[in-house]
Design a protein around this ligand. Structure first.
Ligand SMILES: *Cc1c(COP(=O)(O)O)cnc(C)c1O
Length: 481
């Protein structure tokens, strides 16, 4: 079938029924090995190996995935198909040959504007954290333009905020001030007023916050920020509690990022790719990265003409495949569909909370939006997470938000049916009873999974990621299995 390549002759491929084709590649002899130590296996053994591995893992195609703050779990396969239709495009193609792709980007910008009530969007950022960083760079450029760059050095955020928020603000050159939440888990208005002044560049929050609680004083908060010349930043990673019902614009935010890979049909997790578009309002429109996509009535084009642009934040135009999936998802659901998804996400979370609330501690009892946080009795959050694996369920997010000790952050999402949620609730209740009657069984869980409880510290200090690594470490006596 193929000819073993040698560095001193051109690569030659011979395919059945086709003329042999010669690739004119000059191989660098220093980079080419004479022999490759590859396993020599029949195809079915390779297929069996990977299929077996996939079964040792847990995926959304198997069962419920109640991972808090990661929103949409099941992503319609059709959208993957649609994204795949564009895989032969190249970002260097002439604009006239990619009008359809530009149209999709333009329409997505327009739809995101409508969903968030912002004035303009960039689709470039490749993740939520990247969107935050872009938003912070815009805030910095804006204050510099106003001649206040030296003065406005502080970004405030609540102690319930996602860990990427302080990191993004710090990376953009700001000092980070953490604001303690009040006992309802919300922004303490008095404390906020005490820290905001003319050194404040922005206040970064997510609403509903990571406890799943809606900041009902949001308009008051916006007023406090704007009165002090500061900007209000909306972390819209998980928009599915509010889309179609309210919007960052209606809440008077100035900058927002969305995670298309949490709310708009790209799986979150597995390391990407993602997309974190950033929307802005009013004067901030002049600071967006270039290019954005525009339409002159006849054709779509890449618009580099933005007055005070912060420049480019990513190569080319963003993770295009992720943008296509978001576009397809929003088009298919429409405004009403998005609203229904939001309502279902909220109803599902509240229903599940009601079903299990008597079996777990609930640090905050307000009405929940898309997710809620509980704490197990008598055992650690990790024990519950590991025991869930024995029942064939993925663990919720654990130990986050940081302001709740032993937190289990649960988000069933719009995806799940009542039957699935009931089944999950029964398992959570069973585990709560085990924690009371026989906590040892939880402390040693999982019992039925492919791998028993791992040593987290060892796993991160000395990861064994490949068979080869395992073999070498075994030889050196560094692993004992
Ligand atoms: C996931 C998440 C982020 C970060 O998004 P990444 O794409 O993982 O960088 C930021 N804020 C909140 C609230 C999130 O849930």
């Amino acid at each position: 079938m193929y000819h073993q390549a040698r560095y001193d002759e051109p690569l030659l491929f011979e395919m059945k029924g086709a003329k042999s084709c010669k690739l004119d590649i000059n191989l660098n002899p220093e980079l080419v090995r004479e022999r490759l130590d590859l396993p020599n296996l029949p195809e079915y053994e390779v297929v069996r190996h990977y299929t077996r591995l996939s079964q040792m893992n847990y995926g959304v195609d198997i069962n419920i995935y109640p991972l808090g703050s990661c929103t949409m779990k099941y992503n319609p396969k059709l959208n993957e198909e649609i994204a795949r239709m564009f895989m032969y495009l190249h970002p260097y193609q002439d604009e006239s040959t990619v009008q359809g792709a530009l149209q999709i980007m333009y329409e997505l910008q327009e739809m995101l504007k409508e969903i968030t009530d912002m004035d303009a969007f960039t689709l470039q950022p490749a993740a939520g954290a990247h969107g935050e960083y872009t938003g912070m760079l815009i805030a910095r450029a804006y204050h510099e333009y106003k001649g206040e760059g030296e003065k406005r050095k502080n970004v405030i955020l609540p102690d319930s905020s996602h860990g990427t928020n302080p990191a993004s603000a710090a990376m953009a050159g700001f000092n980070v001030i953490e604001l303690p939440s009040n006992k309802e888990g919300m922004i303490d208005l008095e404390a906020l007023e005490n820290v905001v002044d003319d050194t404040t560049a922005a206040f970064m929050i997510t609403n509903p916050n990571t406890l799943g609680i809606f900041e009902e004083n949001i308009l008051e908060i916006a007023k406090i920020m704007h009165k002090n010349g500061a900007l209000l930043y909306y972390d819209g990673a998980n928009l599915n509690a509010i889309m179609g019902i309210t919007s960052p614009g209606k809440m008077n935010f100035d900058i927002v990022h969305l995670n298309l890979h949490k709310t708009f049909s790209t799986p979150h997790g597995g390391g990407g790719p993602g997309a974190g578009p950033v929307g802005v309002r009013g004067e901030l429109v002049d600071f967006l990265p270039v290019p954005i996509v525009n339409f002159d009535g006849e054709k779509y084009y890449l618009d580099y003409n933005i007055k005070h642009t912060i420049g480019k934040v990513r190569s080319f135009y963003g993770n295009f495949g992720v943008l296509v999936k978001a576009w397809a998802y929003i088009k298919r659901l429409g405004g009403e569909g998005l609203k229904k998804a939001a309502i279902k996400a909220v109803v599902n979370a509240n229903y599940l909370k009601e079903r299990i609330k008597n079996y777990y501690e609930m640090p905050y009892r307000n009405l929940r939006k898309h997710e809620f946080v509980v704490r197990p009795k008598n055992v650690r959050a990790l024990d519950v997470a590991k025991r869930l694996l024995d029942y064939g369920v993925h663990a919720p997010t654990i130990y986050f938000p940081l302001i709740v000790s032993e937190a289990l952050m649960i988000e069933p999402t719009e995806t799940e049916t009542k039957e699935n949620i009931d089944e999950f609730a029964e398992i959570m209740i069973k585990i709560a009873k085990e924690a009371e009657e026989n906590p040892e069984i939880l402390k040693e869980a999982p019992h039925n999974a492919a791998i028993r409880r791992t040593d987290d510290v060892l796993a991160s200090k000395k990861p064994v990621l490949t068979w080869k690594m395992y073999r070498e470490m075994k030889e050196r006596g560094e692993v004992d299995y």
